[in-house]
Design a protein around this ligand. Structure first.
Ligand SMILES: [Zn+2]
Length: 241
């Protein structure tokens, strides 16, 4: 049993720690403290602890907060060519390095700040991506000025409410859709960078513009319940208050 092995390993570690007078680590193989999770079915991609946490709490939950929308836009752009888990692990570093994704502050970043970011191992040190974050902050502020909120502008691409898909498996999830194509085109036209259709679609999934949890995932029903599909009315809904 893996649990026993882990438990045994933990005891051994405690013994070693006692002998060497070092405090045992608080984290590690404390399997017995975790809730039983065998019965919970999740999207296949949620494997490691951080991904599971993100999947269960955030992925696909409709976001209507401009700051958080901006955060996701920058993180999805930073992800290009890398795995999402890489970005998740760096997320706290990103928040520190990028003034908690305050677009007004980022729009004013100068050459000195860029040099500082390029030297920061906590983030993806890519000159183009860093330049894109600054450019996107400027474009974001322009959209806010025109539409009142970035939220208003953004959700128009799905008619104001989440698109409820019902995917049987993750193989059925496309990399891009008509909606993400439209969003990408419009963002590009407005000067945003790193906003290809694939990046836009990943963003739409993250901020709940589409529900792409597979139908067997325990989060699917919860999120589908928030906004049942009823395209007859295109009234703006605010499912999470
Ligand atoms: Zn899921």
């Amino acid at each position: 049993m893996a649990a026993e092995r882990k438990h045994h390993a933990a005891s051994a570690a405690r013994q070693r720690a006692r002998k060497s007078n070092i405090r045992p680590q608080a984290t590690g193989a404390r399997v017995e403290d975790r809730p039983p999770s065998e019965s919970i079915v999740r999207c296949r991609w949620a494997q490691d602890e951080l991904s599971v946490q993100y999947h269960d709490a955030e992925w696909g939950v409709p976001v209507h907060d401009d700051r958080l929308l901006f955060e996701f836009l920058i993180l999805e752009g930073a992800q290009a060519g890398l795995s999402w888990i890489t970005i998740l692990r760096k997320r706290e570093n990103y928040r520190k390095a990028f003034d908690n994704f305050d677009p007004a502050k980022i729009a004013r970043y100068d050459a000195r700040k860029v040099a500082q970011l390029l030297a920061d191992p906590g983030i993806v040190r890519n000159r183009l991506k860093i330049a894109a974050a600054i450019q996107n902050a400027k474009a974001f502020l322009a959209v806010q000025k025109e539409f009142g909120t970035f939220d208003t502008f953004l959700w128009q691409f799905v008619g104001g409410r989440p698109i409820q898909n019902r995917r049987k498996s993750f193989d059925q999830v496309p990399a891009r859709t008509r909606e993400s194509d439209a969003m990408s085109k419009e963002l590009s036209r407005r000067g945003f960078k790193f906003v290809g259709s694939t990046i836009c679609y990943a963003f739409m999934q993250a901020v709940g513009m589409v529900n792409d949890h597979t139908a067997n995932c325990f989060r699917y029903q919860k999120l589908a319940k928030i906004t049942p599909p009823q395209p007859a009315s295109r009234r703006r809904s605010s499912p999470l208050g």
